[in-house]
Design a protein around this ligand. Structure first.
Ligand SMILES: NC(=O)c1ccc[n+]([C@@H]2O[C@H](COP(=O)([O-])OP(=O)(O)OC[C@H]3O[C@@H](n4cnc5c(N)ncnc54)[C@H](OP(=O)(O)O)[C@@H]3O)[C@@H](O)[C@H]2O)c1
Length: 238
């Protein structure tokens, strides 16, 4: 029995790894990141993939199959809002094809490659989950503020891709839940440049968000597959 976290070197990835160990002591928790993680949690198996490419994911899947372990769940925390070159757009004039491509690659394409490669690891007869962290700002219906074009659009694309995959997988994997979860504004590298604007009491620690996310995961049932959920478990509109 194993649960896997992708993006394990990130703020939420690290905290969710720790929370899964706490909540599911019987599980082997596997923490996957591009580079080796600095922080190590006792009992966790750490794997550095280099990149989230078809080749590295396919290699990991074939290594995992050789262990004979059953995959009970995947949490992917992969996502980006900014880096040295890309910063969220305030206006139309800030949009560049490079930013759009980069954010779509990390926020929408990479999670789907993970799901694509992991699907063969899910036992069709067992309950399992595939959870990807998304963001409320990716909700089209809930967009009242504008801005952050590439991040919003790439998360909206992610939500559509996950929903589409959930429909396909409902046919083959009746007990598998595919879900997107919004963690709430959490104190990590991703939110650092924007934390001053967060209302008091609305910036959560990674450990609190991880606790809430794992609580939502525990409540997921196959009929909820394809949904986008707030950290309190309430279903969000697309
Ligand atoms: N923090 C917030 O306030 C907040 C709010 C809403 C939604 N979210 C979502 O929550 C998730 C986790 O975010 P976080 O706050 O923990 O941020 P974080 O600390 O920056 O972690 C993000 C993770 O995404 C992966 N990543 C980042 N850039 C990448 C790239 N260029 N290529 C491939 N992988 C890349 C990294 O994986 P490695 O571990 O392999 O390096 C990293 O662990 C994201 O999907 C984010 O959109 C966060």
């Amino acid at each position: 029995m194993a649960m896997v976290v992708f993006g394990a070197a990130g703020g939420l990835g690290c905290a969710i790894t720790e929370r899964l160990v706490h909540e599911f002591p019987e599980q082997q928790v596997i923490a996957i990141s591009r580079q080796p993680t600095k922080r190590r949690i006792a009992g966790v198996q750490y794997i550095a993939l280099g990149e989230y490419s078809e080749q590295s994911l396919s290699q990991w899947v074939s290594n995992f199959k050789q262990t004979g372990a059953q995959l009970d769940g995947v949490v992917s925390t992969i996502g980006m809002l900014h880096d040295e070159e890309a910063f969220p757009e305030k206006q139309l004039a800030d949009i560049t094809a490079d930013n759009l491509e980069k954010l779509f690659a990390v926020n929408a394409a990479a999670p789907m490659l993970i799901l694509k490669h992991c699907q063969s690891l899910f036992d069709k007869k067992h309950k399992a989950f595939f959870v990807q962290l998304s963001a409320k700002v990716g909700s089209i219906e809930d967009n009242y503020l504008g801005g952050w074009y590439a991040y919003r659009a790439s998360k909206a694309a992610l939500n559509m891709l996950l929903k589409t995959a959930s429909i396909e997988l409902k046919r083959s994997h009746k007990k598998l839940v595919v879900a997107a979860i919004h963690p709430g504004t959490t104190d990590t590298r991703l939110s650092k440049p924007f934390q001053k604007r967060v209302p008091e009491g609305k910036l959560y620690s990674a450990s609190l968000s991880a606790k809430r996310i794992v609580h939502v995961i525990k409540g997921l049932t196959p009929d909820k597959s394809g949904g986008l959920f707030h950290w309190d478990g309430v279903k969000l509109p697309y």
